[in-house]
Design a protein. Structure first.
Length: 129
């Protein structure tokens, strides 16, 4: 974005579209990474007899992610939860985010609106990140 002052309306519009696509893609990658962090905590830090206690692993992973992302603990928990949904039952939503077809805020609305929809009725819900 060199020489920004020379951009006309069309160039600014095109640049905004590209930047928003990049942001959406980055947020999808963040979801992949957050989901992986939770998997690491669940599988690597607990012996097999404790793996049926996912809440502890989730809390520890959320704390780690919050510290890494420099966000409050509750935000880390929300992001980790959303990442788990996007990488689990909402992979079609994750794909849309990754492709820049909509924003992370749109993805959050989808997750919220689909809370009571069974996983079998969601498109592309069998892939994991």
């Amino acid at each position: 974005m060199q020489n920004l002052e020379a951009f006309d309306e069309a160039m600014v519009g095109e640049a905004l579209v590209r930047v928003e696509h990049l942001i959406s893609w980055g947020q999808a990658q963040r979801a992949h990474l957050l989901n992986r962090m939770e998997q690491i905590f669940r599988h690597n830090f607990f012996d097999p007899s404790e793996r049926d206690k996912p809440g502890i692993a989730f809390s520890l992973a959320a704390s780690e992610c919050a510290a890494i992302l420099n966000v409050p603990q509750v935000t880390g928990q929300r992001l980790l939860s959303e990442a788990g949904q996007l990488c689990g039952t909402h992979t079609a939503t994750l794909s849309g985010l990754e492709g820049g077809r909509f924003s992370y805020q749109h993805a959050q609305v989808v997750l919220e609106q689909c809370q009571n929809v069974s996983a079998e009725k969601l498109p592309g819900s069998k892939r994991t990140c």
